[in-house]
Every structure is written in structure tokens, then in C-alpha cells.
Design a protein around this ligand. Structure first.
Ligand SMILES: [Zn+2]
Length: 364
């Protein structure tokens, strides 16, 4: 059966995406692959990855390389775009959403590659016949040659994620369990899954190191959690101290950015957990003074700073309203108050901060 297909040819001058896509896709096995296309695919899979420049820094010495992800805003934005779809598909298909997102970041260069952008939306470099790209490739010795490869095209990112999940669950026509080792039922954690995919989904022998680094830098395991469980927990956030004056609002103040809100109350007033959760930090910081960070089941993290005393330890589970610390003026502070932050990420980066008053439902 021969289908009529529409080919789009684009000249790609960057090598961002053309790297570590799946070695074989189910469709390629189903269909007779022309010798010409086969040759191109061989060329394709032989290429060493070159798409990590913007995503990962590589430090190399004589014997080994290590990869370091520097959190950047582009990546956070990209995670926000695909995160919830990945979470849902991960739950439905029993796959690690964290791995899926990290692969998308790596394969698409934070969604910057041409293939991953509209109108293609191909995040994973999955091959098909909808779009043909001529790419300029480097054979690793500085020699450059053109190569033609065909890729699938999608309506949106969700479809791309779904197709990727389908590929992982259905494997190859002659081996439907080809990717089984990456399923949640088989891999006890994301590291096991990324290790399994190395050499199988991608030829890059450092594939898992790169994915693991991205997952930990951006705390992508948040996306492996089930949102259904969260939906059942419908208690709202509460103010950490009662009857406080808000002496400073969240956001820009002239040239400064205030990461949270300041709640002025008497020294020694008990500070309550705004919602139940797990203490992930209880420490001293030069500007926060004694502070506590709590991660909640909905994925948000709250932070309470300038405490005179911290009363809970890292790893401890706390209930909403439980006293976790006492108000003080430690660190960079001019008087007793609680500096209260809410963050979408437990890494506490500025880009992921939210206005606490929105979370407290004071503001729309
Ligand atoms: Zn403050």
C-alpha cells in the first residue's frame, strides 16, 4: 500500500536535533525501507550528539567527561510548556515523565530546534515520513556533509509526547518489549530507566548521565507524581502567622526583586506550615537567616525565613498549621518578620517563584 505523502524540505544549518533519536521506530520496521533511506538512517545514527551545547556544559579531562546543567530560563519555560502533558501521559502509560521531559529537553535543545517548533512539534526526533530535513552534519573529524532524513510531524507537543510514549510501550514490530526496561513497572527509578535507554533509544553512551543531570537540576521527579492524589487534597494554603501586617509585597521594587512577602509579627510568634508537606530544608543562610522550606504534595514549595529558631528537621513530615519555627530577625532583616515564599520548584530558583498572595487566594 502506497500512501501519498507530503514532503516538506527545509535546510537546517544547525545540527541541534539530529543526534540521538530512536535507532529504529515501529513504522520503519513495518514498512519496506528503501536502501537509500536506510543509508541515510545509518548516517544519522552514527552521528555523535551535538545538541547539548545550550542544555549542558561538558567538562572533559583525559579520561572522562562529566555533564553539568546550568539552570536556565529557557529550560524552565520549556518544562512549563510540556510538563503537565508529560505528567499525565506518564501516569497513563506507566512511564517516567521526568525521563520523557529530560529527553525532550535534550533532543530538542529546549524546544529550540527547528524540528521541535511549529509546524512540526517533533520533540524527540522520532522518524517518520512527513517531514524531510536536509541537515548539514559533521562526521566528527570536522568534515561536513549534507544528509537527508525524514521525521514525523505533529499537531502539538502533546501529540509528540503521546507518540513517544506509544513507541516506548509498543517497541518494535519484531520486539514489542524493546523499551520495556524503561517502564515504571520494570525500572525501580528514573536512573534505571535512563540507563536502559542508553544505547537503545540513543547511541550516545553518555545519554543517561546527561538525562540524570537534567532531571536532578530541574527536579523533574515532581512530574512523576500523580496529580489525582493531589486533587483529593483540597485544603487551601493558610497564612504562616496570624494577624500579620504585610510590610512588603512580592515582585519588583524599583530595581530589586522581592522573592516573597514580608509578614511583620512579634518575635517568638509560632510560624505554622502553610500546608502539610515534607521539610526539605532547615538551615541558615546569610540573607534568609534561619529558614525552612517545605515541599507540598501539589508540587509547590513554601519557604519561611528570618526565624529565631527552626523547630523541624529535614525529612520530617508536617501537618498544615503545625508549628515549624519561631519568628525572628536573623539574616538580612531589620525587624521581626516572616519572609514567606512560594515556589513551583523545590530548587527555589527565582524564575519559578509565585506571588504568595495568589496561592493564599488573596489575589486572583
Ligand atoms: Zn522579604
Amino acid at each position: 500500500m502506497k500512501q501519498k505523502r507530503k514532503y516538506l524540505v527545509a535546510l537546517m544549518l544547525c545540527m541541534q536535533f539530529l543526534t540521538s533519536g530512536p535507532l529504529v521506530t515501529a513504522d520503519e520496521v513495518k514498512e519496506e525501507v528503501s536502501p537509500r533511506l536506510k543509508k541515510q538512517q545509518e548516517l544519522l545514527v552514527k552521528e555523535p550528539p551535538k545538541n547539548n551545547r545550550d542544555v549542558l556544559e561538558v567538562s572533559t579531562n583525559e579520561n572522562s567527561s562529566s555533564y553539568q546543567a546550568r539552570p536556565i530560563k529557557d529550560t524552565w519555560d520549556f518544562i512549563e510548556q510540556i510538563g503537565e502533558d508529560a505528567r499525565q501521559i506518564g501516569q497513563e502509560e506507566n512511564l517516567y515523565a521526568s525521563v520523557m521531559i529530560a529527553q525532550a529537553i535534550l533532543e530538542s535543545g529546549n524546544g529550540q530546534s527547528q524540528l521541535s517548533q511549529p509546524p512540526y512539534f517533533n520533540l524527540f526526533g522520532i522518524k517518520g515520513e512527513e517531514v524531510s530535513f536536509t541537515t548539514i552534519e559533521d562526521n566528527g573529524k570536522g568534515q561536513i556533509y549534507p544528509s537527508l532524513a525524514s521525521f514525523r510531524q505533529y499537531e502539538n507537543y502533546e501529540e509528540s509526547l503521546q507518540d513517544y510514549a506509544h513507541l516506548l510501550k509498543t517497541g518494535l514490530i519484531n520486539d514489542k518489549n524493546f523499551y520495556k526496561g524503561a517502564w515504571k513497572t520494570e525500572a525501580e527509578n528514573y536512573q534505571t530507566a535512563t540507563k536502559f535507554l542508553t544505547g537503545r533509544y540513543a547511541t550516545d553512551i553518555h545519554y543517561n548521565e546527561k538525562l540524570d543531570e537534567i532531571i536532578s537540576t530541574y527536579h523533574l521527579i515532581n512530574y512523576d507524581e500523580n496529580t489525582e492524589e493531589r486533587a483529593n487534597e483540597n485544603d487551601d494554603y493558610i497564612f504562616p502567622v496570624p494577624n500579620a501586617y504585610i510590610t512588603s509585597q512580592f515582585g519588583k521594587h524599583d530595581s530589586d526583586f522581592h522573592r516573597g512577602i514580608d509578614l511583620a509579627v512579634a518575635e517568638g510568634t509560632p510560624i505554622k506550615a502553610a500546608k502539610s508537606g515534607k521539610v526539605i530544608q532547615s538551615d541558615y543562610h546569610p540573607s534568609w537567616g534561619n529558614y525552612i522550606a517545605i515541599k507540598h504534595a501539589d508540587g509547590l514549595t513554601t519557604l519561611y525565613a528570618h526565624c529565631s529558631r527552626n523547630l523541624v528537621k529535614v525529612g520530617q513530615r508536617v501537618q498544615q498549621g503545625q508549628t515549624i519555627a519561631l519568628v525572628g530577625t536573623t539574616g538580612n532583616s531589620t525587624g521581626p518578620h516572616v519572609h514567606f515564599e512560594v515556589n513551583r520548584s523545590e530548587s527555589l530558583v527565582q524564575e519559578q517563584l509565585m506571588d504568595p498572595l495568589e496561592v493564599l487566594k488573596i489575589k486572583e
